[in-house]
Design a protein around this ligand. Structure first.
Ligand SMILES: Nc1nc2c(ncn2[C@@H]2O[C@H](COP(=O)(O)OP(=O)(O)OP(=O)(O)O)[C@@H](O)[C@H]2O)c(=O)[nH]1
Ligand SMILES: [Mg+2]
Length: 420
């Protein structure tokens, strides 16, 4: 019996040994750690081992955070698939508005009516008003109108470009009337001053623009002046005024120095539907002017406006050329209106230019431009006095309808501003 037990034990031991031998290689392989232990000294968490599941591409990279001892492996954040972003709603493109077909013919504008323009544009004289009107009213409101005050009134008028001669006369008359009437009321003095300014503007002069047809032929208006005075712009503005009043207009581009000059005039004409006659660049301006009047007569238009090149009054050749333009046009008949365009901002200097023009082409009317850009509205008085020619139009801005017939009473009222 003991022998059997011993044999059994031996067999059992052998069995165990065999089993152990079989299991041994497997045991030697260490269990795969969920995460490698930190390397001593680095204190960082190592990059995942090869055998680890490859990181999900969208997972954020593991940050290398310092650790003192291997922390228990943080529970790996549940790898969440990045939220699938809902695709933005497909925007439904708004229905594309189909642009109306571009018309080849530009839309013709309807210019603003001319009546009451000076009243409407009176605020444009605000620079003159502030300097002239306000100073003047402050002076006339003083308790005592002594010599010093009258001297200041004189200075203010001269400062507004009224001119020395006219100023001396105006102040002398105003003083005398104030004395006779025996008033020191600012309101009454303002009325007396307004009267004197209107009188200085010769209100009885005929200011009608001779631009309407007569004797079965179109009126011919010749526009002259120095460079940049506003000739082309004023031609365009006058065309608008005439068309607004129901007339037909033809524009002659007798400024042949630059092609751009004719283009500028053609643009104005295109806006109101007026015809343009132009010549080659560098061509003879007199020939263009002649052709324009011829064409206007044949077409039966009411008015032909001739724009000329800017010329300095001291360039004899250019002034002679202007004389020739006028003479050549007159082969068709007399020029009805020779309009001198004067830039109000040139002040008293403009007067000398003006005088030379009147000698060459017999100016019949003045258009004073850029009155909106000067504090010296009094230049109107000086111009008329010096030239003996009526100011017929005033330019009060660059806008297409910023041209007004000149009316002395309204102008003075605008210049003096609100009543005290
Ligand atoms: N503020 C203001 N600008 C004006 C007025 N009239 C004309 N202008 C401006 O003055 C500039 C010159 O005007 P144009 O009409 O080209 O002058 P022009 O006399 O034909 O010039 P040239 O042909 O080069 O001699 C332009 O910028 C106009 O817009 C006005 O009444 N007020
Ligand atoms: Mg021009």
């Amino acid at each position: 019996m003991d022998t059997y037990v011993a044999i059994g034990l031996v067999l059992f031991v052998l069995l165990l040994a065999g089993a152990a031998a079989l299991l041994a290689p497997r045991r030697r392989r260490p269990p795969t750690p969920p995460q490698a232990p930190p390397r001593p000294g680095t204190g960082t968490i190592e990059a995942p081992q090869e055998r680890m599941a490859p990181p999900v591409q969208t997972a954020p990279p593991v940050e290398r955070a310092p650790v003192k001892k291997a922390p228990p492996a943080p529970p790996a954040p549940p790898v969440q698939a990045p939220p699938v972003e809902a695709p933005p709603p497909v925007e439904v493109a708004p229905p594309v508005e189909v642009a109306p077909p571009v018309e080849a013919v530009p839309t013709v504008e309807t210019p603003a009516p001319t009546a009451g323009r000076l009243v409407r544009l009176r605020s444009r004289l605000s620079r003159s008003q502030n300097v002239f009107g306000k100073t003047m009213l402050a002076l006339l409101s003083r308790d005592k109108l002594d010599d010093d005050t009258w001297d200041e009134v004189e200075e203010t008028l001269i400062g507004a470009d009224v001119g020395v001669e006219a100023t001396t006369e105006i102040v002398a008359r105003l003083r005398e009337r104030a004395r006779v009437v025996g008033t020191s009321s600012a309101s009454e003095l303002r009325t007396l001053l307004a009267d004197e300014l209107i009188a200085a503007l010769a209100p009885d002069m005929d200011r009608t623009l001779k631009a309407t047809p007569h004797d079965g032929r179109p009126a011919v208006v010749l526009v002259v002046g120095v460079n940049g005075a506003g000739k082309t712009t004023t031609c365009g503005k006058i065309a608008r005024v005439l068309i607004a009043d129901g007339h037909t207009v033809l524009l002659g581009a007798a400024d042949t120095f630059r092609a751009a000059a004719a283009d500028q005039l053609a643009t104005w004409a295109g806006r109101v539907g007026a015809e343009v006659v132009r010549g080659p660049e560098g061509g003879d301006p007199a020939a263009v002017a002649f052709d324009a009047v011829k064409r206007g007569t044949e077409a039966g238009v009411d008015s032909v406006l001739i724009d000329t090149a800017g010329r300095l009054q001291n360039k004899v050749g250019l002034m002679d050329e202007l004389g020739k333009v006028k003479r050549v046009i007159e082969r068709h008949g007399p020029v009805d209106e020779t309009l001198l365009i004067l830039d109000a901002t040139t002040g008293q200097n403009g007067l000398e230019q003006a005088r030379v023009f009147t000698e060459v082409v017999d100016v019949t009317g003045v258009a004073l431009t850029k009155l909106d850009g000067t504090a010296k509205g009094g230049i109107v008085i000086a111009v008329q006095r010096k030239l003996g020619i009526p100011v017929k139009l005033v330019g009060l801005g660059e806008g297409a309808d910023d041209l007004a017939p000149f009316e002395p009473a309204q102008f003075v009222d605008a210049l003096l501003g609100a009543e005290a």
